[in-house]
Design a protein around this ligand. Structure first.
Ligand code: SPD
Length: 283
């Protein structure tokens, strides 16, 4: 039918190569820019609102970004007893910073984003997220995350690695060396949380990562969030801690005081760490 030929449908290119593909209908391409690092694209969709894609891979949609940004942020910030100095690696859309600055005890938020263009585009098309960069506690550095971290010792209470996938400019953020840099840049009781893909679709990759994560950090766990537009409808995180256990040291009173939440709450903090039976062979 002619009408369907004129419709614009797209999906996550990285997953398409592996024979699986969520299709989303778009009304318009609002922006397409090729930066020195990647192609950045914003499309408008009837089902999910505006969507940000890097190199044809969905980074966020307006409809379900809260499930990702709230979980990557509030889980570590409701476990560390006094998180004041925070670093975000990646996170150029501003969603993670928006959640961090909901915590009143924060002293500073450093953001290390490799691609200046991502921040520029998100300021224009996703002001509800990138507006967070205007907070005076926030300092932005345009640099590769691994290069930034390797010069830093003992400086941060919490580091959040809000990365893209382990291809393209984000590749260095998934190596054993990078996890060693994370360990070194954290204070003696620090916590790092990393974007760690889908337990269902990237099982071998997660297994591989946990082999060295467990060697480097005495406390390491996988937890997840449901995000319909990410591959397999979920995304997981690596919880890497020098001292604090994600459930034993959880501070529910702090979680209860957080404003404007769509996904995170006290019970989901616990349930996010409960994994299916097959996961026992993964970690
Ligand atoms: N498979 C895509 C995973 C992307 C995760 N990070 C996106 C950045 C959102 N701040």
């Amino acid at each position: 039918m002619i009408l369907s030929q004129l419709e614009l449908w797209f999906g996550d290119q990285y997953e398409k190569e592996k024979g699986r593909y969520l299709q989303i209908k778009a009304d318009n391409v609002l922006k397409k820019v090729v930066s020195p690092f990647q192609e950045i694209c914003v499309v408008d969709t009837p089902a999910f609102g505006k969507i940000l894609m890097n190199d044809g891979i969905i980074m966020l949609t307006e409809a379900d970004e809260a499930g990702y940004h709230e979980m990557i942020t509030h889980v570590p910030l409701c476990v560390h007893p006094l998180p004041q100095d925070i670093l975000v690696i990646g996170g150029g859309d501003g969603g993670t910073v928006r959640e961090i600055i909901k915590h009143p005890q924060i002293n500073k938020v450093d953001v290390c984003e490799i691609d200046e263009k991502v921040i520029e585009i998100c300021r224009e098309y996703f002001p509800d997220l990138a507006g967070s960069f205007d907070n005076p506690k926030v300092h932005i550095y345009f640099q590769d995350g691994a290069q930034f971290l390797k010069k830093i010792e003992n400086q941060y209470d919490v580091i959040i690695v809000d990365s893209s996938d382990p291809i393209g400019p984000g590749t260095t953020l998934f190596t054993e060396q990078f996890y060693r840099f994370l360990f070194g840049a954290l204070k003696e009781d620090g916590i790092a949380v990393t974007q760690l893909e889908s337990l269902f679709w990237h099982t071998d990759f997660i297994h591989h990562t946990f082999q060295f994560m467990k060697e480097i950090f005495s406390i390491s766990y996988y937890y997840y969030s449901m995000v319909p537009t990410y591959p397999s409808g979920m995304i997981g995180f690596g919880f890497c801690s020098k001292k604090y256990h994600p459930l034993d040291q959880f501070i529910p009173d702090r979680a209860n005081k957080l404003p404007d939440l769509k996904y995170y709450h006290v019970d989901i903090h616990h349930s996010a760490f409960i994994l299916p039976a097959f996961a026992k062979d993964v970690f």
